[in-house]
Design a protein around this ligand. Structure first.
Ligand SMILES: [Zn+2]
Ligand SMILES: [Zn+2]
Length: 346
């Protein structure tokens, strides 16, 4: 079969590799029908994720068809259409028993395309198949469901739920890439008073409006703190969601939030940020961090199946898997191509 194989910083290839086989009795082998590329894959290709070594197949998001299952798999059957989630769950460890699957210490967590071979391939081995895949509901497309492999639950859990968004809140979302847009979409489920999207790219602010932001701010031209204070009698946002992953945007969130509010960090940070405790110590501010657990995936699948959320809007570009390298170029050059999510089909 063919797969996207990582060969060290800046090096990847769509190349012939052995087809995966069942290794543990809880494995499934899934034929990948639809797959996408994550911003995290670009981080890996920059060399930011040391655990990813030469020869690793990338990718942690897919929808596919079960081709084979191990003898210990109870609920997943050959021929099932399944969502392969970015988080694998052993289902038995302390963290899994608590619903914190992202922190699994029983061999799961974020392993696909990280510690084991991933989904950017014609076939993928999925460990703990019963607790790490989700049946695709009737009446929805593969590419809609694919948006729930990572960005859907990430924006919702780590942004909206960690941020404790409530009806009537003013929610500021810093960064309107796919995960920021997912957080905007998730925040709207709680009927906020305002959703303020903040981004340096006007194309992404336009997308933010389509996903439900009623106010957009480009900090190159406008003062985000002044605009949010103007909406809140000078207090600041109830919830500030960081969806970029650099120090200036995290620090901005701590200036956007009101006393008693919450800063929910979603961004993947590659360096330190300054925590201005000299300002924050007196403000009763809560700061949350997190890797997605995907405990909300069943909820989001129900919202998709009943058309309460529109996930098709995320998909801006489509490719055949044979054109995987072109898809990477398009996704990596989002400023020019306006790519949000690119979808590859077998
Ligand atoms: Zn991802
Ligand atoms: Zn576990």
């Amino acid at each position: 079969m063919h797969a996207i194989v990582y060969h060290g910083p800046g090096q990847k290839a769509w190349e012939e590799v052995p087809k995966p086989m069942i290794e543990d009795d809880t494995d499934a082998i899934v034929k990948v029908d639809t797959v996408t590329i994550c911003g995290t894959d670009l981080h890996i290709l920059k060399g930011d994720v040391a655990a990813v070594t030469d020869g690793r197949i990338l990718g942690h998001e897919a929808v596919g068809t079960v081709e084979n299952v191990g003898s210990g798999v109870k609920n997943v059957k050959v021929g099932d259409r399944v969502l392969v989630s970015c988080i694998t769950a052993c289902g038995a460890c302390r963290y899994c028993r608590d619903g914190s699957y992202g922190q699994c210490i029983g061999g799961g967590g974020w392993i696909l395309g990280h510690k084991i071979d991933g989904t950017q391939a014609e076939y993928v081995r999925v460990p703990f198949a019963d607790t790490s895949t989700y049946a695709v509901p009737a009446g929805v497309t593969d590419e809609e469901v694919l948006m729930l492999a990572d960005i859907g639950p990430t924006g919702y859990e780590v942004g909206v739920l960690n941020g404790r968004v409530r009806p009537g809140d003013v929610v500021a979302v810093v960064g309107a890439g796919p995960v920021g847009l997912s957080a905007i979409m998730g925040a709207k489920l709680f009927s906020p008073a305002h959703v303020v999207a903040i981004d340096l790219a006007d194309a992404r602010l336009e997308a933010a409006k389509q996903f439900g932001a009623d106010i957009t701010v480009n900090p190159a031209r406008e003062d985000a703190v002044a605009i949010v204070q103007g909406l809140t009698e000078g207090l600041g946002a109830d919830v500030a969601i960081e969806a970029v992953g650099v120090a200036p945007t995290f620090e901005q969130c701590t200036t956007l939030v009101r006393p008693g509010g919450t800063v929910a960090n979603v961004g993947v940070h590659g360096g330190p940020a300054t925590l201005h405790l000299e300002d924050l110590w007196i403000k009763n501010v809560t700061i949350t961090t997190g890797l997605v657990d995907t405990y909300s995936t069943p909820t989001l699948l129900r919202l998709l199946a009943t058309h309460q959320i529109d996930l098709a809007r995320f998909v801006t570009h489509r490719f055949a898997m044979a054109d995987f390298l072109e898809a990477y170029d398009t996704f990596a050059d989002a400023a020019q191509t306006r790519a949000l999510k690119v979808v590859l089909t077998a």
